[in-house]
Design a protein around this ligand. Structure first.
Ligand code: HPA
Length: 271
């Protein structure tokens, strides 16, 4: 294992009273998803060796340890993006740290633009598959054999059992959870009308600048993943409107209460 991962793992092992079963990553405007946690500690990324730091205001940059529904959770309030200048390895480093701490499930949330014309801002979408359009992959370079194989299978990234649990609990809590394909792009510029048309044509329902690298890394480590994105804006190629980051954050924040209730139900019902 690389020394950078080991240093973060060693520090966290010294602080954690119980090793986490569930990893949780929150995104733009979604830091408050950790509000359901019965907290043990909350520490800035800057105190964790070799951890990158969040360079954007809408990401808090705190690691939180605690329990939700009695199950141990290690949560990231804010993530790292390629567009901040971080490498694919740095963006996905926390997932490798979580893997070494024993995490079995990774729950991911992020803000996304809707490409499916039936979507509206504030909708929640369960990711059933993804397209990695970032132009990079976190597994390039020498394979980290201690984590997983050189060519991990990606035919079943979003586990059908976990998808089923997510849908059933959405129905139980009265939440209209949409399903669809997420496409991950590099950013930070938003999409032109022609790019929007193209991404819709190749099968994407939602678009964002995160998630895919974390998911690919989790698959490599053998961690099971569920991703739910908040549709913060809807992009129609023939009727393009300006998207402001303020609207993206505000819409993510307004959906975060609903989303945290859904995550809690899902966590209660994880195998
Ligand atoms: N495009 C890319 N990323 C996004 C968007 C978008 O429209 N909205 C939120 N994240």
């Amino acid at each position: 294992m690389s020394k950078t991962i080991q240093a973060a793992v060693d520090l966290l092992k010294g602080k954690l009273t119980v090793l986490p079963e569930i990893g949780f990553i929150t995104g733009t405007g979604l830091g408050s998803l950790t509000c359901k946690m019965d907290m043990d500690f909350r520490m800035p990324y800057s105190e964790i060796p070799h951890f990158p730091v969040s360079t954007i205001d809408s990401h808090r940059g705190m690691l939180v340890s605690g329990r939700i529904a009695g199950r141990s959770v290690l949560a990231m309030e804010g993530r790292f993006h390629l567009y901040e200048g971080y490498t694919p390895y740095e963006v996905s480093l926390p997932v490798r740290v979580m893997s070494r701490l024993g995490v079995k499930y990774l729950l991911i949330s992020s803000a996304a633009g809707g490409l499916n014309p039936g979507f509206k801002p504030g909708d929640l979408m369960l990711v059933t598959d993804h397209i990695n359009m970032t132009g990079s992959n976190p597994l390039t370079g020498p394979n980290m054999d201690g984590f997983g194989p050189r060519f991990p299978d990606m035919s079943n990234v979003y586990d059908p059992v976990l998808l089923d649990i997510s849908m059933k609990n959405a129905i139980k809590t009265g939440i209209y959870l949409r399903q669809g394909v997420y496409i991950g792009v590099l950013g930070p510029s938003l999409e032109t009308p022609s790019e929007t048309r193209f991404f819709r044509l190749i099968g994407a329902d939602a678009i964002g600048m995160s998630t895919v690298h974390e998911v690919i890394t989790a698959v490599h480590c053998g961690i099971k993943v569920i991703a739910i994105v908040v549709i913060t804006n809807v992009n129609r190629p023939d009727l393009m409107k300006k998207t402001s980051i303020e609207d993206v954050i505000a819409n993510a924040e307004s959906a975060s209460h609903l989303l945290s209730s859904l995550w809690e139900e899902i966590i209660i019902n994880l195998p």
